[in-house]
Design a protein around this ligand. Structure first.
Ligand SMILES: [Cu+2]
Length: 601
């Protein structure tokens, strides 16, 4: 299928959404609310198999748990030892990984790493004590099964009382669906990394920018991006061109609806179970109080919007004032949205806001902005490199220039002092970061990385709404073991966009050995994003503390969405032995090599 056909089909799908939207509203009056299926207890049987679905007007086969996409909500109880029997009814091996869960390594569900996988016809029994509470999720860690539907919510009920109250509880699981074979998506990206990016700047935008910024600046800007072989419209690798965005398994026109009674406080458990899509979530007219991030309680934060990276979760409490409110989750590249409604009864809808303007990457996202005072939300065109005209450089000269300018691992502007600043620091893969520039898997090395924890992210900062940032997150209770780390490992997140190569430290998984961490070691991981994209980095088996300046109440997370040209760090105590996966949760980045094993022994 070529781009034109794809675009045509996308228009058809959108048209379907528009024309059937009203019909769906009529039909849904007679249809009962369809809550997600739920299973609870300490013994649960799950079966994975092919299941027919239709999200776009075309029949397709999904990979589903108990015939459902998303899979059933599993409600387990903190303190219980649970038994989960998973039967494979596919004709290929499968697995379930319990995302964000503290458990023994053999129960983690990563084929080839923690177990051999579940063979066709086989039942694997997962058994582990539930040591935590909160909102989590589960998904396949085999091939492209997660992309084709194998994911679901995992709710761990606390033994004690929660420090907040609510009368209604809804899971809101966001995801992305493509009618294409995921292997086709991957090979399209390999052949042409901007395959799904229809937002390339055109002659029309050139004329507009030239009027605004002047012809010279606009030409310089285009030349510079061209020489970098990058595009400021690279926001997401896979877009609404092929994806239909789902809320609890419902496309926008089907309007998933969560019911409430007027006056109730409603807890919404947002889970981003997408393969490749970052969502910006808001409920127009309502303030949301964030009470959990990645399953752990945080001090309440009042916001109007939050960005949720792939694999992250946020729990918010809202008190709807109207009979119907729209839950609006637009994709970061504004190529589409997931949508549903909070309503006092079935069949209601509230206005759907227009999508925000599509943001553009800036030089700051490439680590090339010397002026750190501002975070431009829109592309200003041109750039000032302290009098150097970088637009005249060849890409090789450019890389050389950036290498010269880039201090390998330290940079003065990024951090204030924090405990454990003087600990030994080394590159996790044992490389000299100064050698990264020019490698095949590295098309950019951020010259100037910085602390971006106080930023909501591209397209959000300065949009007039109160947005959540990682800096806002503060653990509800102090950590008992908040000792400073004794050692730090640095990882450069690297990529070659044109070739769709992704990795750590210029290497893909197959080229790298395990990262060794001593059992019981208190360790800091430093992440330096040399690419122009966000990467939701996930460590299995642990909740780590993000070093965001909150003293002994650093927020616990299992996944952190690292911004372009950002340098950030987290700390954890490696107290459970085994081979733990550490990877970007963008499925095609993981597949392309952004994956490591952390060996705790
Ligand atoms: Cu990534």
């Amino acid at each position: 299928m070529d781009k034109v056909e794809l675009l045509g089909r996308r228009r058809f799908v959108e048209g379907l959404a528009l024309t059937t939207g009203l019909a769906a509203l009529g039909a849904s009056r007679t249809r009962a609310a369809a809550p997600l299926a739920m299973l609870r207890g300490d013994r649960i049987d799950l079966a994975i198999g092919p299941t027919p679905v239709d999200f776009t007007g075309r029949a397709r086969i999904a990979t589903a748990v108990n015939g459902l996409v998303p899979g059933p909500i599993l409600r387990l109880r903190e303190g219980d030892t649970v038994t989960l029997n998973v039967t494979n009814r596919l004709d290929e091996p499968t697995s379930i990984h319990w995302h964000g869960i503290l458990l023994p390594n053999p129960m983690d569900g990563v084929p080839g790493l923690t177990f051999r996988g579940i063979m066709p016809g086989e039942t694997f029994t997962y058994r582990f004590p539930v040591r935590q509470a909160g909102t989590y999720w589960y998904h396949s860690h085999s091939g492209m099964q997660e992309q084709t539907g194998l994911y679901g919510p995992l709710i761990l009920e606390p033994r004690g009382r929660e420090p907040y109250s609510y009368q209604r509880d809804h899971v809101v699981m966001l995801s992305d669906w493509t009618d294409e074979d995921p292997m086709t998506v991957l090979s399209n990206l390999k052949q042409q990394s901007d395959y799904y990016n229809y937002n390339q700047r055109t002659l029309g935008t050139f004329a507009k920018d030239a009027r605004r910024d002047g012809l010279g600046a606009t030409i310089d800007d285009r030349l510079m991006w061209g020489k970098m072989r990058m595009s400021p419209t690279d926001l997401m690798d896979v877009s609404g061109a092929t994806y239909t965005f789902l809320m609890n398994g419902q496309p926008p026109a089907r309007n998933w609806t969560g019911l409430f009674t007027p006056g109730e406080k409603v807890r919404l458990r947002f889970i981003n179970g997408a393969s490749m899509t970052t969502f910006d979530v808001r409920i127009p007219g309502l303030t949301m109080t964030v009470v959990q991030a990645d399953g752990s309680d945080v001090e309440p934060v009042e916001i109007e919007e939050f960005r949720i990276g792939v694999a992250e979760t946020y729990d918010v409490i809202v008190t709807p004032r109207q009979d119907a409110c729209t839950i609006f989750a637009q994709a970061q590249d504004r190529s589409g949205y997931a949508r549903g409604t909070l309503a006092v009864r079935e069949g209601l809808a509230a206005p759907i806001p227009p999508m925000d303007p599509r943001p553009l990457r800036t030089m700051a996202d490439m680590g090339m902005n010397h002026d750190m005072k501002s975070t431009p939300a829109v592309d200003k065109g041109g750039m000032d490199m302290g009098g150097m005209d970088m637009s005249k450089m060849t890409p090789e000269e450019h890389k050389h220039h950036m290498t010269m300018m880039a201090p390998p691992s330290h940079d003065a502007m990024s951090h204030g002092a924090k405990p454990g600043d003087n600990i030994p620091t080394s590159n996790a893969d044992g490389i000299d970061p100064g050698t990264l520039a020019g490698q095949a898997g590295v098309d950019n090395v951020a010259m100037q990385t910085r602390d971006r924890l106080g930023e909501a992210g591209i397209g959000l900062d300065g949009n007039g709404r109160r947005n959540l940032t990682y800096r806002d997150l503060e653990a509800r209770r102090p950590h008992r073991r908040s000792l400073p780390p004794t050692r730090a490992l640095e990882f450069h997140l690297t990529g070659n966009m044109e070739r769709f190569l992704w990795g750590f430290d210029g290497k893909k998984f197959s080229q790298a050995g395990p990262i060794r961490v001593a059992l019981g070691e208190r360790i800091r991981f430093v992440l330096i994003n040399d690419t122009m994209m966000e990467h939701p980095i996930h460590l299995h088996g642990y909740l780590f503390e993000i070093e965001n300046g909150r003293g002994d109440r650093l927020p616990l997370k299992h996944t952190v969405n690292v911004k372009p040209a950002e340098r950030m760090s987290f700390v954890f105590t490696a107290d459970v032995p085994g081979h733990w996966a550490f990877h970007c949760h963008l499925l095609y980045h993981m597949e392309a090599g952004m994956f490591r094993t952390v060996l705790v022994a």
